[in-house]
Write a protein that binds this ligand. Structure first.
Ligand code: FAD
Ligand code: SF4
Ligand code: SF4
Ligand code: SF4
Ligand code: SF4
Ligand code: SF4
Ligand code: SF4
Length: 673
């Protein structure tokens, strides 16, 4: 039975914050207090410099008993920032914590109306009046607790996903690490060296990959993707699609009773395969077969059949022989997991820089991207670490690096944001060619060099000292000399104030980054929002950078925005830490802002059921009637159903119709209600 009774004799306390001069600079706080005292049901009103401070909160708790308050209103910043603080203060004063309402007079008022004190004060009066009207009708609500499944899911096994998995696994938590590629490692495994320390990327990554593989609490699910998600924090039901790999592991072979069978990575199948495709790990610069591994250090060491190109000739099966590891009839499998919390770490890909046609990528052979350059300079790459011009295999002597290639671009073609790691890796690339090619000169075309991290500025000085040439200006155009295949880079040197044309052997574009293809599907499956530029949106940029607005879902690494390896790893450790809290506690508390069915009014029409975006509603039979029922743990309190029900049969706790109507009346009727 829904309790629709309201407080009969409301006594509201109003507490108005100065926030230093943040609010008091634009709003007449003293005048607002006097105004609040005149409002119906207000038993007490006061102001304080910083209401969120310990003495500020004490004013609230003391006033509740002193003035026998039935509800509190704090006029200050946003509920997102301090609602929990003031709920606690209200509770400590002896009231139910949901007998509290907040009026935002900072973000929505003083900060935006700082030049019109009078209008800002009038607007603050409206906000306080509306909050008091609602607070007068607030009810006691109970927080619900639900048990949590002690298992975590991580989507994406780049360096961020792996780090999070290791932290959770080492904390004794069962962790499923789902990676869409046949191997873990992500982009970092494609890199040669890493700035600013110049340590070999694979050398520091491979031990981590092996640790992940060996950790008894981590279940690795490579070549797999999230197919469907249901449920809520503590109780997600996740379906994983394990894509048909065509090859079974030694463990799988043992389970099938194939003694000594399964893939041991011997590679005998590869040479016999007649199908040749470009290897995406090598940025297409090296071929692979239809049965393949990306590179020798893959984890797990297990071959994969690319069924999109395999012609099922069976030669590989023959070559594999008694190991019986290849199954050309393998089908996708679906695995259902019960999960408590989730970390998304789906990373990034390069912006398709050919869209900026003026730089000639994919038109001129000797224009390459930064990731192609990483593979070219890597000893295990397609050229064995010899940097050569794609057009003629010659060693380039003059190499240009075009920074901000597609980043900081407001033309509508590129990306408006800074991709954050391209300045630093371009400096690294400049160092690498000076080191590897005697007599070579790197030319860096830049707008600003953003070397913000620890030891980064020092690294920048070092590259300057090594003889790299820096030309400050955005490259307007690159043209090819058809005879020599040399490239002419045109820009304005903004320090000299004159146009320049530099003839180079090769150009590397430090392409912008963008969210990984397919990450949007994952994002939507977990109900995570995205920012304007497509990166997954954190719950709060400063105070909750790993959380999302979906309880129990956290973010790590570049999927949340461009960041280099140290920052990606740091965020992964943060995400693992917050994701482990509900798992260790064993339960979570749900805000009681649920929809409730007022049974006497419900006609059982079922129209609300399909409207709920979270599948929280169903129809049930009760005493010969069909009635709507809410699964509270699934309800997010969005209000969609409440606003729709033609019979007014849905009661939105804490946002009930009488409470909202009272607010609207208070606004429209001013003090005349
Ligand atoms: P990623 O490495 O992109 O990993 C994401 C993983 O998620 C991938 O394995 C991907 O396959 C997987 N995935 C994606 N979608 C799904 C899905 N739907 N389902 C399952 N799995 C999915 N940083 C440095 O600090 N030092 C350097 O020297 C350096 N050099 C760089 C050079 C270049 C040319 C570039 C482009 C970047 C460089 N970086 C460097 C940045 C570095 O690559 C990133 O900081 C790092 O790779 C971020 O790791 P991540 O785990 O967030 O993302
Ligand atoms: Fe500033 Fe909000 Fe604290 Fe007041 S309660 S001092 S507005 S942060
Ligand atoms: Fe060797 Fe067979 Fe594995 Fe191929 S599939 S690497 S032949 S064990
Ligand atoms: Fe290659 Fe497919 Fe033939 Fe095997 S069956 S050798 S993977 S084409
Ligand atoms: Fe441009 Fe440097 Fe930002 Fe990359 S990191 S977008 S190169 S300023
Ligand atoms: Fe009941 Fe209203 Fe839902 Fe119809 S729309 S089932 S009346 S709650
Ligand atoms: Fe679904 Fe929103 Fe209604 Fe809750 S309030 S039942 S989430 S429509």
């Amino acid at each position: 039975m829904v309790d629709t009774t309201m407080e009969k004799n409301p006594r509201i306390g109003v507490f108005i914050c100065h926030c230093g001069t943040n609010i008091a600079g634009s709003v007449d706080v003293k005048g607002l207090v006097e105004y609040a005292k005149t409002l119906p049901n207000v038993a007490f009103a006061t102001d304080y410099q910083y209401v969120c401070s310990t003495p500020g909160q004490k004013i609230i708790t003391d006033a509740i008993s002193e003035h026998k308050l039935t509800g509190t209103v704090v006029a200050a910043c946003s509920p997102r920032l301090h609602e929990p603080t003031f709920r606690t203060a209200t509770k400590e004063g002896g009231l139910n914590p949901f007998r509290f309402e907040m009026a935002n007079i900072r973000e929505q008022n003083s900060w935006v109306h700082m030049h019109d004190r009078e209008a800002a004060t009038e607007k603050a009066k409206d906000a306080v009046r509306m909050a008091v009207a609602k607070a007068s009708l607030l009810q006691d609500l109970e927080v619900k607790t639900v048990p949590v499944e002690k298992a975590a899911l991580i989507v994406g096994a780049g360096v961020a996903g792996m780090q999070a998995a290791l932290d959770l696994g080492n904390a004794g938590i069962k962790t499923y690490l789902v990676e869409k590629n046949p191997t873990i490692g992500g982009r970092m495994s494609q890199l040669d060296k890493t700035f600013p320390t110049l340590d070999c990327s694979q050398c520091i990554l491979t031990p981590k990959m092996v640790d992940v593989y060996r950790n008894p609490n981590i279940e690795l699910m490579t070549y797999s993707e999230v197919e469907a998600v249901e449920g809520y924090i503590g109780n997600f039901d996740v379906t994983i699609r394990k894509k048909a790999r065509g090859v079974i592991s030694m463990e799988e072979a043992e389970a099938k009773g194939i003694k000594g069978g399964g893939c041991n990575g011997c590679g005998d199948c590869e040479p016999v395969c007649p199908v040749i495709k470009p290897n995406p790990f090598e940025m297409g610069m090296k071929p692979r077969k239809a049965i393949y591994i990306y590179h020798p250090q893959v984890v797990p060491l297990l071959y994969t059949v690319d069924f999109d190109s395999c012609i099922k000739c069976g030669l590989c099966v023959e070559a594999c022989g008694e190991k019986k590891a290849i199954d050309l009839e393998m089908m996708d499998e679906f695995v259902k997991l019960k999960i408590g919390t989730v970390i998304i770490a789906t990373g990034y890909e390069l912006f398709p820089v050919e869209k900026k046609t003026e730089w000639g990528y994919k038109q001129f052979d000797n224009v390459v991207t930064s990731l192609e350059f990483e593979r070219l300079i890597c000893a295990s790459g397609p050229t064995g670490g010899n940097v050569i011009r794609p057009s003629d295999g010659q060693k380039p002597k003059k190499i240009g690096f075009v920074l901000c290639a597609g980043s900081r671009d407001n033309t509508g073609v590129g990306k408006p944001y800074c991709s954050r790691f391209c300045c630093m890796y371009s400096l690294k690339h400049a160092h690498q060619i000076i080191e590897k090619i005697p007599g070579a000169t790197p030319y860096l075309f830049y707008m600003d060099i953003r070397s913000f991290g620890k030891m980064y500025e020092e690294f920048y000085y070092r590259i300057q000292d090594e003889g790299a040439k820096f030309i400050r200006g955005r490259v307007s155009n690159i043209l090819e000399d058809p005879a020599t295949k040399n490239l002419h880079v045109y820009t304005e040197d903004t320090l000299l104030g004159r146009p320049v044309d530099v003839e180079l052997d090769m150009v590397v574009l430090a392409a912008a980054v963008q969210p990984m293809e397919g990450a949007d599907t994952v994002r939507k499956l977990f109900g995570v929002s995205c920012s304007q530029d497509g990166w997954m949106l954190e719950a709060h940029p400063k105070l909750n950078p790993c959380g999302t607005t979906t309880a129990g879902v956290y973010l790590a690494g570049v999927c949340q925005g461009p960041k280099d390896i140290p920052d990606a790893v740091a965020q992964a450790e943060g995400a693992a830490s917050v994701a482990s809290i509900p798992l260790h506690r064993g339960f979570v508390e749900l805000e009681p802002y649920f929809a409730q069915c007022i049974e006497e009014k419900c006609a059982g029409c079922g129209m609300c059921v399909n409207l709920c975006p979270y599948q929280a509603l169903s129809l049930v039979e009760k005493e010969g009637r069909r009635l709507m029922q809410v699964t509270e743990a699934k309800c997010k309190g969005c209000g969609t159903c409440g606003g729709f029900c033609p019979g007014g049969a849905i009661w939105m706790q804490h946002f009930a119709t009488p409470q909202i109507v009272a607010q609207i009346d208070a606004f429209l009727l001013g003090g005349e209600q």
